[in-house]
Design a protein around this ligand. Sequence first.
Ligand SMILES: Nc1ncnc2c1ncn2[C@@H]1O[C@H](COP(=O)(O)OP(=O)(O)OP(=O)(O)O)[C@@H](O)[C@H]1O
Ligand SMILES: [Mg+2]
Length: 246
Amino acid sequence: MAEDILKIVNISKSFGNVNAVSCLNINVKEGEIYGFLGPNGAGKTTTLRICSGILKPDQGYVEIDGKEVGLDKVEFRKSMAYIPDRPYLYEKLTGWEYLNLISEIRGIINWEGKADYYLDFFELRDSINRLIEGYSHGMKQKLVIVSSILHSPKLLLIDEPMVGLDPKSSRKVRELFKKISSQGTALILSTHSLGVAEELSNKIGIINKGKLVAEGTMEELIEKSKTTDKDLETVFLKLTEESENG
Ligand SMILES: Nc1ncnc2c1ncn2[C@@H]1O[C@H](COP(=O)(O)OP(=O)(O)OP(=O)(O)O)[C@@H](O)[C@H]1O
Ligand SMILES: [Mg+2]
C-alpha cells in the first residue's frame, strides 16, 4: 500500500470574518497526483501556504512524510517543495546562481547534472547565465520548477503552474509532473485548467468557500454529480453549485 506523504488534518484558517479554510481534511499518497480545484477565493492558495509552512492554521495540523509542518520547523522542508502561483526569485542573480543558492540552502550535492538535464528540457540553457530580472514570466516559472525538484522531494505543492506558459512549455511541465509522480513523488496541484486536472490527476478534490465539497476519481465525481455529461467542466460546475445551495 502506498503511504500518505501529505496529511492535512482538520485545518481551518480565517482572515477577519472570512473563513478561508474550514475543517479541511486531505490525504495524498506516494506517486499520486491530487488535482485541487475550486472557484476563485475557495481557499486553495491558503491551503497550500499552510502546507508549505508559510501560514499557520488556526486549527488542525499538516504532516509531510510523517513530520509535522510548523513555521519554525526545518525537518519537513527537506522532503517537500512549494511552487507558488507567482514566481518570487532573486532578480539580481543569474539563473545558475539561483540554482546554486537553492542547492546550498537545501544542502544538495552533485545537483549540476540534473540541473543541466532539466535546463535543456525546458530550453533555458541559453539564458541561464543572464540575470533573472531579464527573464519572462514563463522563464521564471520554469526556473522555479527546476529548482524545486533538484533535491528529489517526496511532495510537491503546486499552485497554478500553467499560468503564462506557452503550449510547448505547458506540455513539458505536464510531462515532468507525470514523470516524477511515476517515480513516487506525491503532487498536489491547484489549477483552473480542468483539462490539465483531468489529464494529470489520479484523484480530484473540489473546494468551495473553504470546504471540501467533493473528492474522488473522475469516475466517482461523475457518479456523485449525477450528470450525463462526462466532462469535468459540467461535473465541476454541478458539484460547486450544489454546495452553494446547501
Ligand atoms: N492574507 C490574506 N488576508 C486577508 N484575506 C485573505 C488573505 N489570503 C486569502 N484571503 C481570503 O481567503 C479566501 C481564500 O483565498 P485563497 O487565495 O486561498 O483562494 P484561492 O482558492 O486560491 O483563489 P484563486 O482561485 O482566485 O487563486 C478569499 O476570500 C481571500 O480573500
Ligand atoms: Mg489561489
